[in-house]
Design a protein around this ligand. Structure first.
Ligand SMILES: Cc1cc2nc3c(=O)[nH]c(=O)nc-3n(C[C@H](O)[C@H](O)[C@H](O)COP(=O)(O)O)c2cc1C
Length: 146
C-alpha cells in the first residue's frame, strides 16, 4: 500500500521564480526516478507539499526535505497509508494559491487536533480540498514514470 505525507513550512527567504523552477526541475527528476508523486503549493513564502509513494522512499525524502535550509518550521500534518494516489500523474505538480485558499486548508488541518478515530476523515478532506485547488493544466503536468 502507498503512503502519503503532507507537511507545511515557511520559506526562509521568498523563492524567486528561477529558484522555484530549479527546485521543481530537480524534484521532478528525482521523484520520477523513485515513483514519488505529489504537489507543491506555494503562496507568499508559505509551503504545503504532498508526497505520495512507497513509505520507505517517502520517509527518506522527507528526512532530506526536513533539513533543507531553504525553509523552516517544517511540520508534518498528515502521515498515513493511502488506498489510491490523488496526484498520480505528477512527479511534482506546482500551484500557487490565494491567501484565502491557504487559510481554508490550514483551518481544516487545525481541525485535526481531534480524537484519532476521526482523523482519517479529516485527512481525506484536506487532500480533497487541495486536489480542487490544483488545476489540471498541461503546463505543469509531468509524467511520473519517465
Ligand atoms: C519546499 C521544498 C520541497 C522539496 N521537494 C522535493 C521533492 O519533492 N523531491 C526532491 O527530490 N527534493 C525536494 N526538495 C529538495 C530536497 O530538500 C533536497 O535538496 C534534495 O532531495 C537533494 O538532497 P541531497 O542534496 O541530500 O541529495 C525540496 C526542497 C524544498 C525546500
Amino acid at each position: 500500500m502507498d503512503h502519503c505525507i503532507v507537511y507545511v513550512s515557511s520559506a526562509v527567504e521568498l523563492f524567486t521564480e528561477a529558484e522555484l523552477a530549479t527546485l521543481l526541475l530537480q524534484s521532478r527528476h528525482h521523484n520520477s526516478r523513485t515513483n514519488i508523486t505529489g504537489v507543491l503549493l506555494y503562496v507568499h513564502g508559505s509551503i504545503i507539499q504532498i508526497l505520495e509513494g512507497q513509505k520507505d522512499v517517502i520517509d527518506a525524502l522527507y528526512s532530506r526535505i526536513e533539513v533543507d535550509s531553504r525553509h523552516s518550521n517544517v511540520t508534518l500534518v498528515i502521515d498515513r497509508p493511502i488506498v489510491e494516489r490523488q496526484f498520480s500523474f505528477w512527479a511534482m505538480g506546482y500551484e500557487t494559491l490565494t491567501t484565502c485558499q491557504l487559510e481554508e486548508i490550514k483551518t481544516l488541518m487545525h481541525l485535526e487536533k481531534q480524537p484519532q478515530n476521526s482523523r482519517a476523515s479529516t485527512d481525506h478532506l484536506v487532500l480533497k480540498l487541495i486536489r480542487t485547488f490544483f488545476h489540471d493544466t498541461t503546463e505543469i503536468r509531468f509524467p511520473a514514470t519517465t
